[in-house]
Design a protein around this ligand. Structure first.
Ligand code: HSE
Length: 428
């Protein structure tokens, strides 16, 4: 007789875990229509904080501060891991899979750093391991890449994958807030990670673009070869100058399938104001998937928050229950691919350089760049003439390594006070 009651255990009752509870409670009828005649039973919930305040009195009866107790409960069929961070989450997931339980997680760090092993562990034990909400919470992009776009190869993914940094950049750009103010608001709204440096320094986006690249390109990738950089150096001035030039600054994740190699990286970028992605604001995420056959597909939606993430986790639970009696492996093919050496990639640049305001400066700077085969598309002097002045350059496409070497040289010129910023331009 087929099992009718599917028991769930939740590990971690932070923002996302509580989101799962809420979705299960509020949408029970709608959820059960999809899994009929099966039902979801919330069997145990765990959080290491013994004094966790729970949203419903009844939940205290199934609450424990021991994750082990949940994993070792032989009646639990599906474990939801919403602890976050690498350990102990990775070990708990592995333990659950080994004991024959299906696992759903939102944990991008675990998937990015140990995803291939975990997927083979799941396969070996013939259980499901699903992770839709690990990337762009509310946008079902993993489902799109693994279930829907299976007949044409995606060639390129361009994404705004971090709600916190997008919120900060949007606030800086729209109301002239400063960086600290905008970060504080993002944290208050629950978008930022516990340690906001993971968002700000691009680590969160790096994990997410790795996951998308692995799935879209069916690739086995060495994570360590992916370059990432965050938004700490972006100033209001750069945002303003970029706007005057027709661009918006976003933290972008880029992944291009170049056949033998993949060009994958994360860095802030100037993108054309008129592009749809430039208008993905606040904590929203935006993802462009470009491919032969389907052209450009653009998705946008909430990239963080309890309900978007909780909702996608529950969708994964539903998918497992719908396939409960017949196991099939969704991730059966990964080909080893090399990540292109970042120094060998090509970008155009926005450069803001503070110089002593005297004749011959431009020629000197242009000369140093020319020696490294970096040429300028346009040059604008900003602000009033004075002792020092900022000059903004836009370059043609140039090799990353060459631009970096040229910048080092230029920084040493007597006429240069400071390289204020160097941001790549991406003409999507
Ligand atoms: N901290 C993440 C963000 C949310 O700001 O996008 C979860 O991925």
């Amino acid at each position: 007789m087929k099992k009718r009651e599917i028991n769930i255990g939740i590990l971690g009752l932070g923002t996302v875990g509580q989101g799962v509870l809420k979705v299960l409670q509020e949408n029970r009828e709608f959820i059960e229509q999809k899994i009929y005649p099966k039902k979801i039973i919330l069997k145990k919930i765990a959080d290491k904080d013994k004094s966790k305040v729970l949203p419903d009195k009844g939940l205290y009866k199934i609450f424990t501060d021991s994750a082990e107790q949940v994993i070792n409960d032989p009646e639990i069929d599906i474990i939801v891991e919403t602890i976050g961070g690498f350990e102990p989450a990775r070990s708990l997931i592995a333990q659950a899979l080994k004991s024959g339980k299906h696992v759903v997680t939102a944990n991008k760090e675990v998937i990015a750093q140990a995803g291939y092993e975990i997927l083979s562990l799941a396969q070996k034990n013939k259980v499901h391991f699903l992770f839709e909400s690990s990337v762009a919470s509310g946008i079902p992009i993993i489902g799109v890449l693994s279930h829907s776009l299976t007949s044409y190869k995606p060639r390129e993914i361009i994404g705004i994958l971090n709600g916190t940094t997008n919120y900060i950049l949007t606030r800086m750009s729209e109301d002239g807030s400063d960086y600290e103010e905008a970060l504080k608001e993002a944290q208050e709204k629950g978008y930022a990670e516990a340690d906001p440096s993971k968002d700000i320094d691009g680590f969160d986006t790096f994990n997410k673009i790795f996951i998308l690249s692995a799935i879209a390109f069916r690739a086995k990738i060495n994570l360590d070869n992916i370059y990432y950089e965050g938004i700490r150096n972006i100033s209001k001035l750069d945002i303003e100058y970029a706007r005057e030039l027709g661009y918006t600054i976003k933290l972008l994740a880029l992944a291009k399938n170049k056949g033998e190699e993949l060009d994958i990286r994360v860095h802030p970028a100037l993108i054309p104001q008129r592009h749809t992605l430039a208008n993905v604001g606040g904590a929203y995420n935006g993802i462009l998937v470009r491919g032969d056959g389907f052209g450009d597909l653009i998705f946008s939606g909430p990239g963080a928050g309890a309900l978007p993430a909780g909702g996608m986790i529950v969708s994964d639970i539903i998918e497992i229950i719908r396939n409960f009696d017949s196991y099939n492996n969704n991730y059966n093919y990964f080909e080893v691919k090399k990540v292109k050496d970042f120094k060998e990639t090509h970008s155009s640049y926005y450069l803001r350089i503070r110089v002593k305001d005297r004749p011959g400066v431009l020629a000197e700077i242009a000369g140093s760049f020319a020696q490294k085969e970096v040429s300028f598309l346009s040059v604008i002097q900003k602000g009033e003439a004075g002792e020092v002045v900022d000059i903004v350059f836009l370059t043609h496409l140039a090799k990353e390594g060459n631009v970096q070497e040229a910048l080092k040289k230029v920084a040493c010129l007597d006429c240069v006070v400071k390289i204020c910023n160097a941001i790549r331009v991406v003409d999507i």
